[in-house]
Design a protein around this ligand. Structure first.
Ligand code: AMP
Ligand code: MN
Ligand code: MN
Ligand code: MN
Length: 291
């Protein structure tokens, strides 16, 4: 492909029913295409089980595709998300690493349900399970949808505020992958690791500096600048960060659901022309025809 540039309508972050989105990989591909996306990646949490379906649907519509995932990492006692792009989805170290990262989710969900039961909400495990597309990937989002539909809260953000964040009755601390491992799984599989939605971590400048420099030290090369999780001011701030640390810039809606997401697929501001988009470095990894 020789049509890639900073203004390409790339959307390299979203979720399907294979993790905590509400649309199938095929429905997401159709929505991305209808919204004018020119380069797409499905990035389910800790899971590549939707990659073949997403790619086949994208390529059938003539929409170029990059493989993707979003790995849950514990860094400095906090959860950080690392997006992987353009990797070989069959690479054994990546597949096994993701399998282990998913591993604790069911036990954690039972603990979450026990905490919610103490707060007077019975049957949350079975309730959340009804919203789960992939039994390996029961997430806080599925609990949130159950609590909204059961009438405990008005919307998903309210559930997170009242029940699912640190100090709240349904919150269970969990150890995810290490930053080292997540970056290595992605890069060993020939992909590029990207720090997802950096403004969402509430790190101090010192903590953020540690995250970025350790990430680069492990071989990480990219950072999300324009995302559905950033305000315009945050995109500006992370444009500066990308330039300062010589990081490749990524762009993605983080779309989960037509009913919940504020930013639709492909409906994002463009990257600044000063930045090097991550897709320029991934040109050889972009799939344009069925192999
Ligand atoms: P988990 O991986 O099970 O801890 O769930 C994390 C997911 O919950 C994220 O990927 C988001 O989709 C969702 N999430 C986290 N915080 C919030 C929030 N404050 N409001 C709405 N959704 C959230
Ligand atoms: Mn999510
Ligand atoms: Mn995320
Ligand atoms: Mn995401």
């Amino acid at each position: 492909m020789n049509t890639l540039h900073a203004q390409t309508n790339a959307d390299l972050h979203c979720h399907s029913t294979v993790s905590d989105g509400t649309l199938s990989p095929e429905a997401l591909a159709a929505r991305a295409h209808a919204n004018g996306v020119e380069l797409w990646a499905l990035t389910d949490h800790d899971e590549v089980g939707g990659q073949v379906r997403a790619r086949d649907a994208a390529l059938a519509m003539g929409m170029p595709y990059l493989t993707g995932c979003e790995i849950s990492v514990t860094f400095a006692g906090r959860v950080v998300h690392i997006v992987g792009l353009g990797f070989d989805a069959d690479h054994p170290a990546l597949v096994e690493g993701l399998r282990r990262t998913r591993g604790g989710r069911e036990a954690r969900a039972h603990e979450m349900a026990a905490g919610l039961a103490q707060a007077g909400i019975a049957g949350a495990f079975e309730g959340a399970l009804r919203y789960v597309g992939n039994p390996d990937l029961i997430s806080r989002t599925h609990f949130a949808r159950f609590l909204v539909d059961a009438g405990h809260c008005q919307d998903v953000p309210e559930v997170f505020r009242r029940f699912l964040t640190e100090g709240r009755p349904g919150f269970v601390p969990h150890r995810w992958a290490t930053l080292h491992d997540a970056v290595h799984w992605i890069t060993e599989a020939d992909g590029i690791a990207v720090i997802a939605h950096p403004a969402r971590y509430d790190f101090t400048p010192t903590e953020e500096y540690a995250l970025i420099t350790e990430f680069i030290g492990h071989g990480g090369r990219g950072i999300e600048v324009v995302t559905g999780s950033h305000t315009a001011a945050e995109a500006l701030k992370y444009t500066e960060t990308a330039l300062e640390f010589n990081l490749l810039a990524s762009r993605g809606s983080d779309f989960h659901s037509p009913d919940e997401s504020h930013t639709d697929l492909g409906k994002l501001a463009h990257l600044s022309g000063q930045l090097t988009p991550v897709w320029e470095a991934l040109e050889s990894r972009i799939q344009v025809g069925i192999a």
